[in-house]
Design a protein around this ligand. Structure first.
Ligand code: PEP
Ligand code: MN
Length: 441
């Protein structure tokens, strides 16, 4: 049997109950013939950049929607998210003087693990929404029926999104001379926008100085953006795995960086088995119950060569637990000689239900978890390698707190997420300033 199919014999958590397995095989055959979305060489380049992160020489900014939707694959939506990511990245690069590795939770984040397989509303029980790659968001039996045709639509939505990302980041929009332009619609009505505008002014002066001195490096004119998503639906990921003609090695060309979620990281499960076979840089989410032994066993399976940049641990412990739960992991992993990158997801350990029923997060908890993460690494002499966030480019009201002070009663105003609550643009930019400050001190 092809080693790329060895996962098929193992239990695979969180897979859809497809009504007709033959139909899934047909779709997978079609997907296997479609062009790669990303290239092996780009994945190698990201692996090298993540190695620099593991050494403490660069910082990851990873973020985007909790769940992308097919209807969100529009020029406006993608540009707004990208604009926010670029602004955050400029803040971090300039204010913390650190190279920032930019990774979108974009162009493939279409599948969701769920804590319950069904959703009940007013006595009606239907399958839970598992992301646009699997079923529809509407609360009807028709929408919630898993449809393998959606795997193909996910591929095409990812292709459209990546095309926009590549055009925006390589075609002049991401040029550093545009730092003000990204902020234009934002500066007047937001304290975060005004703070950003001052920083953009400083960057302008620095650019003018460099220009006068005869320097105009290529790096100022374009941005390298990588794509990432949770590798959840294994039939999709397997169908998009190709043998690289240069090296003869398999790459999952659905995205540059793929991660295993907190709910699918079982050591003898199908996800770990599949991911150990691909050459992409990969991540694993680690929640508050992770033991050091779990982390070491994951390294043995996923990064047996201890190759810097191959494996990133994405910590999501919760603001109240990170200070206690993270140190034993970092200590034992470091002592083992593994060179993993550590990044902090301050979103998924801090979700709660507001009295109104909306799933939300407190901005202060998000900040506190990042602070705890920095504290742990600083006290152990290891490297806080980055942040993994859920945010959007729009002024949604999904997380409470932040400079604009959204309160629980505001949540209904613009609650638009298809899954978890995201930081809005002000909250995201505020957080970037705070993280830059933590990095510097
Ligand atoms: C997510 O990243 O949206 C997610 C479900 O995270 P986790 O696996 O950490 O719960
Ligand atoms: Mn989420």
């Amino acid at each position: 049997m092809d080693l790329l199919d060895s996962w098929r014999d193992l239990p695979a958590a969180q897979q859809p109950d497809w009504p007709d397995p033959a139909q899934v095989r047909g779709v997978a055959d079609q997907l296997a013939k479609l062009p790669p979305l990303v290239f092996a060489g780009e994945c190698d380049q990201l692996r090298a950049e993540l190695a620099a992160v593991a050494r403490g020489e660069a910082f990851v900014l990873q973020g985007g929607d909790c769940a992308e939707t097919f209807s969100g694959a529009t020029a406006d939506d993608v540009r707004n998210k990208l604009k926010t990511l670029l602004q955050m990245s400029v803040v971090l690069t300039y204010a913390a003087s650190v190279p920032v590795v930019k990774i979108g939770r974009m162009a493939g984040q279409f599948a969701k693990p769920r804590s319950k397989p069904v959703e009940v509303r007013d006595g009606v029980e239907l399958p839970a929404y598992r992301g646009d790659m699997v079923n529809g968001f509407g609360f009807t039996a028709e929408d919630r029926m898993p449809d393998p045709g959606r795997l193909l639509r996910a591929y095409h939505a990812a292709a459209v999104t990546l095309n926009l990302c590549r055009a925006f980041t390589q075609g002049g929009y991401a040029d550093l001379r545009q730092v003000h332009a990204w902020n234009q619609d934002f500066v007047a009505n937001s304290p975060a926008g005004r703070r950003y505008e001052r920083l953009a002014g400083e960057i302008d002066r620095a650019l003018a100085f460099m220009h006068a001195a005869g320097a105009d490096p290529e790096e100022f004119h374009r941005v390298q953006l990588y794509s990432s998503h949770e590798a959840l639906i294994l039939d999709y990921e397997r169908a998009l795995t190709r043998i690289d003609s240069r090296s003869g090695l398999p790459y999952d060309v659905s995205g540059h960086f793929l991660w295993i979620g907190e709910r699918t990281r079982q050591l003898d499960g199908a996800h770990v088995e599949f991911m150990r076979r691909i050459r992409n840089p990969i991540g694993v989410k680690l929640g508050p119950t992770t033991s050091a032994e779990d982390a070491l066993a994951l390294i043995d399976k996923l990064d047996p060569e201890r190759e810097p940049g191959r494996l990133t641990f994405v910590i999501r412990m919760g603001a109240g637990r990170v200070q206690d739960a993270l140190p034993p992991l970092v200590e034992k992993v470091t002592a083992s000689g593994a060179k993993v990158a550590w990044i902090c997801d301050p979103m998924h350990g801090n979700t709660f239900e507001a009295e109104s029923g909306y799933k939300t997060r407190r901005f202060d908890d998000v900040v506190a978890e990042v602070e705890g993460f920095f504290d742990v690494h600083r006290s152990l002499g290891t490297h806080p390698g980055g942040v993994h966030l859920e945010f959007t480019g729009d002024d949604v009201t999904e997380c409470v707190g932040g400079g604009h002070e959204i309160v629980e009663d505001d949540l209904h105003q613009r609650y638009e997420t298809a899954c978890d609550p995201r930081l809005n643009r002000s909250q995201a930019l505020d957080l970037a300033f705070m993280v830059a400050e933590m990095y510097r001190t």
